[in-house]
Ligand binder design. Structure first.
Ligand code: EPZ
Length: 418
């Protein structure tokens, strides 16, 4: 089990390069198996455990995968298996995208129930509702989702909740449905647009991704393409929080500033100097921070995936801040860890009330999930003394080379392999 040991208290100066988006890549890689002609050459894949996991699952289904740094070539022309049942499938949430991809291409999928971060009940009823509306029969059998259809027929589907996963998954299956599918009350996150652009590069006909109405004209086959994944909005947002918390001046490069507007707006409200450039954002902070209120919302609102790092930042901001988590019901596990470091936070239901303190002090803490882990890294960077973070494997699921990127701008983080 590895640990991160952080010696806190140093300001950050310099440049951080943001990698490709995890939540786009974990959908694009399963989507690549829908090509029955040619190969997909995909660039800007983040080097994280979640993408390694998805690639290993795709290989177990019979696709040929060759990886070179951040690029991957996937040849799924000879693939025949529709049964995703390895340990990796059960480990990660995004393995559910294999249901849409396999159901679309082969009209049959058997995928073990997905795992992922423990941040609340994570139902997939909206995914199933969409597959069934397209004409599939879906059942849960021996711990796996089994979806099957003689044919998929396009239709109008209204999602009862705004769901990133359901929007992408049903879009995948609908690519091969006969006629037109209209997805209403769709999620609008940047990675949904990225997946739609990828599918269109393969020959799909999808319009409206990025709005709440997505229209898909069914086609008969997809072919390989060349594609580059968009930058990771959440990785960028996490480093924006780190720079604001530590003080100093950091350029966060390879970003799409438009995707970061909700985060930038909150930082500006807190007194941080934020400059948007064409494909980078500069954060300048004197650490004289003002408390603010935050409510997480689907895009373009404040992202739930930044809520945990934001709580750390607010723990050292002057006055009272209120954080309302409206997407996940159990995403405050990092608060108990922050309290070990001297933060004053109380949680009632989905609301955290934070009374800013002037400093945190280093302690032994746990990364209880992916973004909680990022929150603890930021806490370690600003704390007096030494912080030791265990369960680093959660952080490695979503942040490529986190200690190297932060050490390059002045952090003092060591990975201990035990
Ligand atoms: C995606 O999860 C992301 N994961 C999550 O990021 C992110 O927190 C979440 O979207 C919200 O932005 C991936 O992309 C792999 P949802 P997803 O379906 O798709 C309810 C991270 O830190 N819901 O948009 O699983 C659900 O309970 C991860 O990188 C249903 O009720 O989330 C939740 O309250 C963690 N029925 C809300 O919708 C369903 O069928 C939003 O969930 C599906 C979802």
């Amino acid at each position: 089990m590895e640990k991160l040991v952080i010696e806190g208290g140093y300001p950050l100066y310099g440049d951080i390069e943001v990698s490709g988006a995890k939540n786009a890549a974990v959908a694009i890689l399963p989507a690549a198996i829908m090509a029955c002609k040619g190969v997909c050459a995909i660039d800007n894949i983040p080097d994280i455990n979640d993408t390694k996991c998805i690639l290993s699952i795709i290989e177990s289904l019979g696709a040929k995968v060759s990886k070179n740094n951040n690029s991957v070539i996937i040849d799924s022309t000879c693939m025949t298996s529709v049964d995703a049942n390895t340990e990796e499938v059960r480990k990660m949430r995004a393995s559910y995208y294999l249901i849409g991809a396999l159901l679309g291409r082969f009209k049959k999928a058997r995928v073990e129930m997905p795992g992922g971060c423990a941040i609340g009940v994570r139902p997939i009823d909206q995914h199933i509702k969409g597959f069934e509306a397209l004409g599939a029969k879906v059942k849960i059998e021996h711990g796996a989702v089994v979806a099957e259809a003689e044919e998929l027929i396009g239709t109008n589907i209204y999602f009862d909740v705004v769901s990133v996963g359901a929007t992408i998954n049903v879009m995948l299956a609908a690519v091969f449905a006969e006629g037109k599918t209209i997805l209403e009350n769709s999620a609008k996150e940047p990675h949904i647009v990225d997946v739609a652009n990828f599918l269109n590069s393969m020959g799909a006909d999808i319009k409206g991704a990025g709005t709440d109405v997505i229209k898909i004209n069914g086609i008969k086959e997809l072919k390989g393409c060349n594609y580059s994944v968009i930058p990771d909005q959440i990785e960028a947002g996490t480093y924006m929080m780190a720079a604001a918390a530590c003080g100093g001046k950091v350029n966060i490069n390879n970003v799409i500033p438009k995707h970061l507007e909700a985060i930038s707006a909150k930082l500006i409200e807190m007194g941080v100097h934020v400059t948007e450039n064409e494909d980078s954002i500069t954060i300048e902070s004197s650490r004289d921070l003002k408390g603010v209120n935050v409510k997480t919302l689907p895009y373009p609102g404040f992202p739930t995936d930044i809520q945990q790092p934001m709580t750390t930042l607010l723990s050292i901001a002057k006055g009272r801040s209120i954080v309302n988590e409206s997407i996940w019901e159990s995403r405050f596990k990092h608060v108990d860890e922050l309290k070990k470091m001297g933060a004053k936070v109380s949680v009632e239901n989905n609301i955290a009330i934070i009374e800013g303190v002037s400093k945190l002090s280093g302690a032994k803490v746990t990364a209880t999930d992916l973004r909680a882990g990022a929150a603890m890294v930021i806490a370690g960077l600003i704390a007096n003394g030494k912080t030791e973070i265990s369960k680093v494997e959660h952080i490695d699921r979503g942040y490529p080379h986190i200690e190297e990127k932060l050490n390059r701008v002045g952090a003092k983080i060591t990975r201990i392999k035990k």
